[in-house]
Design a protein around this ligand. Sequence first.
Ligand SMILES: NC(=O)C1=CN([C@@H]2O[C@H](COP(=O)(O)OP(=O)(O)OC[C@H]3O[C@@H](n4cnc5c(N)ncnc54)[C@H](OP(=O)(O)O)[C@@H]3O)[C@@H](O)[C@H]2O)C=CC1
Ligand SMILES: CC(=O)[C@@H](O)[C@H](O)COP(=O)(O)O
Ligand SMILES: [Mn+2]
Length: 395
Amino acid sequence: MVKKKQLAILGATGSIGTQALEVVRANPDRFVIQVLTAAANAELLIQQALEFRPRAVVIADERKYAEVKKALAGTSTAVLAGNAALEEVVQGDGIDLVLTALVGSAGLRPTVAAIRAGKDIALANKETLVVAGQLVMALVEKHGVNLLPVDSEHSAIFQCLVGEDSNSVEKIYLTASGGPFRGKSREYLATVSHEQALRHPNWVMGAKITIDSATLMNKGLEVIEAKWLFGLDIRQIDVVVHPQSIVHSLVQFADGSIKAQLGLPDMRLPIQYALMYPERVKNSFKRFSFIAYPEFTFEQPDRQTFRNLALAYHAMERGGNVPCILNAANEVVVAEFLKGKVGFLQMSDIIEETMQAVDHLPLPSLDDYMATDSKSREIATALVTKSKNLYHIVK
Ligand SMILES: NC(=O)C1=CN([C@@H]2O[C@H](COP(=O)(O)OP(=O)(O)OC[C@H]3O[C@@H](n4cnc5c(N)ncnc54)[C@H](OP(=O)(O)O)[C@@H]3O)[C@@H](O)[C@H]2O)C=CC1
Ligand SMILES: CC(=O)[C@@H](O)[C@H](O)COP(=O)(O)O
Ligand SMILES: [Mn+2]
């Protein structure tokens, strides 16, 4: 019998978190849930805790603590609140694997704490590597933990690399759906709403990553994520638009041979692969049909219209804390776009301006990254306020 894996799921109430729990629910002989966390969704966290009986739950929003505590009174689940508790719970004895399924740079500190405690990581929270890839990869090496990609493209690359010498990689292609606005002009994009941007053609995901897909920032963040995960030079990473989202990414080797990983757009597959790695375990997920997809197409991304992709490459070339600035400014503008406070095209302008305004640091410490994140948010927020009146006049 295989030993049950002891899991902590950070961001259990989100899109990745709930799909991970589906995988766990389907494989009760393989997993024990030790920790579940949420930002503020107390109701779902309580429901999950009553089903999976974890040792601890964390609700990051301290105002929700009493509600969770009361609902779980009389159970053996410890209830904690606040951001510091996220860093504490991942270090618990017995935890084998931490799935980082929370969103944004908030994922960095708990992930660093888990790595320092020797825990393997199933990484969905790409922002961790975007913000501090160099520091995180050094810690992964130092503590000898596994960093298993969950992001569909990175899982695809990871699967293509099984059995290969990583030195034989010539380049990788990350596929992008192109989002809901593929082929649209800047004139069209000037007036699109967040409701339109939230209609992803192929994937059902959390709001932040769905907006990132629409602006192509998601692909920019993924280029940076891939650079760190696979130890590549930025020039070895290319992006190709594949609107069907069936080919999840490709690796080209030194001899020109290309390997790809394919499948229906269903995140449960990469989640299961990361949670059960290196095993491939039978499941009941719908299978791909060539008849249903008679045509695969590929095209260049439109980097002039969707400027975020170019901004991300630029940030990675500059290195140091510049990707952290890009990420923080992006988190601010996406949140404001979702509230209807900035326009679609203004998002790139504000990110670029923030990248120019914050001091660059070549080799930041964890504290430097946190300070860069705060400063960048402050500047991006001020730029949003400045641009607000203009946006309302244009609208
Ligand atoms: N969804 C997908 O298919 C994919 C997602 N990813 C990546 O996975 C990560 C999660 O994405 P997704 O599941 O879509 O996001 P969701 O918004 O659906 O879920 C986010 C989860 O994190 C919690 N959370 C949000 N903010 C914080 C915070 N500041 N502190 C602590 N917890 C927080 C939320 O709690 P609450 O519910 O209480 O708000 C929720 O449990 C992101 O980094 C994304 O880029 C990568 C590939 C695919
Ligand atoms: C499912 C997943 O991994 C997402 O990151 C997805 O790839 C987003 O789609 P885009 O290709 O539109 O960014
Ligand atoms: Mn992805």
